[in-house]
Design a protein around this ligand. Sequence first.
Ligand code: C2E
Ligand code: CA
Ligand code: CA
Ligand code: CA
Length: 279
Amino acid sequence: AKENGGGQYHVYHQEMFQRVAHRVMLEGEVRQALAKQQFSLSLQPQICAKNKKLYGFEALLRWQHPERGMISPEDFIPILENSQHMIELGYWIIRRCFEIAIDLKAQGLNDVRIAINLSAGQFIDVNLSTFLRDLLTEFSLPAECFELELTEQTLVKDMEHTIAIMQELKEMGFTFAIDDFGTGYSSLAYLKKMPVDVIKIDKSFIFGMLENHSDYQIITSTIAMVKNLGLTVVAEGVETKAQLLSLTENDCDIIQGYYYSKPIPEKELAAFIDKQILF
Ligand code: C2E
Ligand code: CA
Ligand code: CA
Ligand code: CA
């Protein structure tokens, strides 16, 4: 933006400055926040549509900031993306998921999966596969306990390289989910090429699925296609019984959303499982 009555130019710079300043500030805080244990995970249950059994949990990051309160991951992860801090934080998240998997096993949930969100920068980090391999040994857990969630953006960045990493992790036993399906580019090309197990239909399609005909069509045809490819399909953002029924009728495999449960803070997870609230 250039001249536009004088003000525009200034505003543009101001915004740029604030963005950069914000980023520097956040990056500086991340390491401190890790040390001060301000990060935690919340776990959102995923339920099998058919038998209503627990399939797994998605791990979602939370930042309890001493002054700013609870900061949403949507407000800081995109800013940290591609920084060394996000990679460091990412390793913390993965390790924490292994610890939680151990806790779940101790509570008798043996086949439950934990879905871990991986950012693009984290996924192409050269140390990722060694890190994961070491954790499998350290915790004596099978890789099948974990599902790695990648977004379409991560997949299309450098396809050949991404496929190579995926294949390596796949050989170790990890499964892969494509997150936010339908919101990015080339949704179909990579499905053929990549060792993907699960597709997660983005919640933006689910919210209005019973009012908006095209969202409904997109969902039902996505489910049909995914199932034809022999993959598992997850619907996220399911909030109502009517959505649940319609998705189940249309053969969706897994349901995730507030209808069953909001993400549960890790501290409350044991009590949640103990009460067998869902299963
Ligand atoms: P996402 O991976 O698409 O995660 C699903 C988001 O939808 C979560 O928001 C979840 O709380 C929310 N959600 C689930 N069910 C419902 C529902 O029924 N209604 C509504 N309104 N929302 C629902 P959250 O926890 O705020 O996370 C936002 C995004 O931040 C995530 O979107 C993901 O992109 C990112 N994120 C969160 N944790 C991590 C992480 O550990 N690593 C990375 N790289 N990204 C993360
Ligand atoms: Ca996700
Ligand atoms: Ca998602
Ligand atoms: Ca999302």
